[in-house]
Write a protein that binds this ligand. Sequence first.
Ligand SMILES: [Zn+2]
Length: 285
Amino acid sequence: MPKQNTVKGPAVVKGIALHTGARAALRILPAEPNTGIVFRRVDMPGAPEVAANARNVVDVRRATTIASRTTGAFVLTVEHIMASLHAACVDNAVIEMDGPEPPIADGSAMPYFEGIMEAGIEEQDAEAQYWTATAPIVIEEGSAMLALAPADDLRISFTTEYGYSGLDTQFFSCQITPENFRENLEGARTFCPYKELEQVIAAGLAKGGSLDNAIILHDGALICKDGLRYPNELVRHKIMDMVGDLYLVGKRVRAHVMSVKSGHPTHCKLAMAMLEQEAKAAAAQ
Ligand SMILES: [Zn+2]
């Protein structure tokens, strides 16, 4: 049986927060077995914590925000960190934040995943916990669809479609292992349709956004720095986001998840449905 893992030493990531535009720094620290992933707001009185769990999700517009109802701690945009921890098989870590939002870095998971790998992975004296399916799950919302099937490992197959004439439908399917994550997913950057930019800015969001950390979709063209990192960078980023959102079940996931045009709202709905299925199965035993 695989064992639980934590990080060997602190992994530090610094930079600009996407929405507030403020400087941000975080430290991914080792934690005891069965701690799970916990965010700690060291800038708030008493350094309150919030567990990375789907039950703590409070906002899913453009990013996944979690908050603790008891401590008042909240953290925006957890998905790229969560994806990196999930892919690196880190079960236990405390993430110290000096503000509500992690650095956006280059808009990808690369600084987080590489930071974790550089800090090193430490095996712990406890068995790894897996979420496994007892039955398929289907979530449909508008034009988005998610179907989860039982599987022996984590695989995500994703189709994106943005309705621009110049931008083809993108499909990618990937088994999530540390090697595959590094090769196929970690570099894929976040993106924003141009028509949504105005709304985002009017809402007081994306103050730290620039071509240093995002790809802009405009009339079917992709505007970005230094060219695309993968021909289908958008769908790879969507898969990376999902690897992070699914880790909000609090365990490594073993399932094949097939998506058409899903996003954080449907991902978090799926994570809640997964927790409900697990609770039902435990109650029936
Ligand atoms: Zn993302």
